[in-house]
Design a binder for this molecule. Structure first.
Ligand code: 0L1
Ligand code: MG
Length: 245
């Protein structure tokens, strides 16, 4: 059976634009993971067609816990656009989002040859476009790995090792999650290599200044309706956002 990639992409895209959840694509269509990446490409092409710019890539399901939850042993990747970027400390509204969650991450900044030149603490806002945040692996890949927004803290020189830095996620100054960069594929550096390989395999050529979001160091928590959210990564500093109703 042939898959109408553009039609499936339109369904997920319209859900994101309207801020209304849709049924999983796999409820009505047989979709392989390879098909799902083609839907993702078409989905992001729609965003680029509206004037957004590709600014990097992200990895998802990088922790053993999330992989086990999905019954997979491979990470997934998605595309980041400038419209998803939230300046450090800026206010965001949950209006227009469906059921957003937030997770603390590590981000790399890429240089002219796609090599990492700096690192930062980051926050990722994820928002599945599927009802109840439930999906199969092809569904979440097609939905651009739930990407909705990201915040980058100040860039820092890359330290010699990144494999076991403590990570905190705070809401209004209260620690709500603790973890370690080791949760990111054992080492964010490994996630970086994997992300570059996966994106390169799909024909993406990293541009100078692109961001690579390496993955979450803790579980994601619901984005509060209002409040201050901050990620802190040992030796890397923090990244924060202010949620306003
Ligand atoms: O960035 C992520 O790890 C999210 C991947 C997709 C799964 C989810 O939405 O939790
Ligand atoms: Mg993430």
């Amino acid at each position: 059976m042939s898959v109408d990639f553009a039609a499936l992409a339109a369904r997920v895209d319209q859900a994101a634009v309207a801020g209304e959840a849709v049924e999983q694509l796999t409820a009505g269509t047989e979709l392989t993971v390879a098909d799902a990446y083609r839907v993702q490409e078409a989905l992001v092409a729609r965003r680029l067609g509206r004037g957004e710019r590709l600014v990097g890539v992200k990895l998802g399901l990088t922790s053993a816990a999330k992989m086990a939850q999905m019954g997979v042993d491979e990470v997934i990747w998605g595309r980041l656009t400038d419209a998803m970027s939230i300046a450090d400390g800026d206010a965001v509204s949950t209006g227009g989002l469906i059921h957003p969650r937030v997770e603390p991450e590590v981000a790399f900044r890429l240089g002219a040859g796609g090599e990492p030149v700096a690192v930062a603490a980051a926050l990722e806002v994820i928002d599945s476009r599927y009802a109840d945040f439930r999906f199969t692996l092809p569904d979440v890949v097609a939905d651009n790995t739930s990407a909705a927004g990201f915040v980058l803290g100040p860039w820092r020189p890359i330290p010699a090792g990144l494999a076991n830095f403590g990570v905190l996620l705070e809401v209004d100054g209260q620690v709500v999650e603790t973890g370690s960069t080791a949760a990111i594929l054992g080492d964010p550096w490994r996630a970086l290599q994997r992300g570059l390989k996966l994106a390169g395999g799909a024909g993406l050529v990293p541009q100078p200044g692109w961001v690579l979001l390496a993955g979450a160091a803790t579980a994601a928590v619901p984005l509060p309706g209002a409040g201050h959210v901050r990620a802190v990564v040992e030796q890397l500093g923090g990244a924060s956002l202010e949620v306003r109703p």
